[in-house]
Design a protein around this ligand. Structure first.
Ligand SMILES: [Zn+2]
Length: 152
C-alpha cells in the first residue's frame, strides 16, 4: 500500500508539473515544470498568477529588432563585413568569417577594382571590334587582342 500511494503521488506530481509547464510556456516563459511538480496546486496557482511575458519576441519581431540592432551597432562605430555581410561591433576586430576590420576595406576596394577592370576590358574590346569593322585591323589581329584582354 505504501508503494502504491508513493507511485500515485509521484504521478500526480508529474501531472501537476506538466500542467504548470504548459501554463508557464503559454504565458511566454520557458520551463515551469518544477513549480507544479514540487508545489502541486500551489505551484500551478503561482504560475497562473504570473503576468504574460511580453519580452519574448515573435519571429517577425526578432528580425525587425535584429535590423534595429545592426543599425545601432553601425551607429556606435561598428562595421559591416563586406565578405559575408555580418554586422560587427566596434570592439570586434575580426569577423567570424575571418576578415579583419582592416582587410574589410580591401574587400570593398577589391570588388570595385574587379568590376572596374571588367568595364575597361569591355571598352577595350569594343574599340578593337570597331577597328575590325572599319577594316583597320584583321580578324586575326582582333582575335589575338581579344585573347590578351580576356586572359584566355
Ligand atoms: Zn565576415
Amino acid at each position: 500500500m505504501l508503494w502504491a500511494s508513493l507511485i500515485v503521488s509521484v504521478i500526480t506530481a508529474i501531472i501537476f508539473g506538466i500542467v504548470s509547464k504548459t501554463i508557464n510556456e503559454n504565458k511566454g516563459y520557458y520551463g515551469g515544470f518544477a513549480w507544479g511538480f514540487w508545489l502541486g496546486i500551489i505551484g500551478i496557482i503561482v504560475v497562473a498568477c504570473k503576468p504574460e511575458n511580453k519580452s519574448r519576441e515573435s519571429f517577425a519581431e526578432k528580425i525587425y529588432n535584429d535590423d534595429l540592432r545592426k543599425e545601432r551597432i553601425v551607429s556606435e562605430g561598428g562595421w559591416k563585413c563586406n565578405r559575408c555581410g555580418r554586422t560587427n561591433a566596434s570592439y570586434t576586430t575580426t569577423c567570424i568569417c575571418g576578415t579583419s576590420e582592416k582587410e574589410n576595406k580591401n574587400w570593398e576596394k577589391k570588388e570595385v577594382k574587379t568590376s572596374d577592370r571588367q568595364t575597361s576590358q569591355a571598352d577595350e574590346l569594343k574599340k578593337f571590334k570597331d577597328l575590325l569593322d572599319s577594316g583597320a585591323i584583321t580578324q586575326e589581329e582582333y582575335n589575338v587582342k581579344k585573347k590578351q584582354l580576356l586572359n584566355l
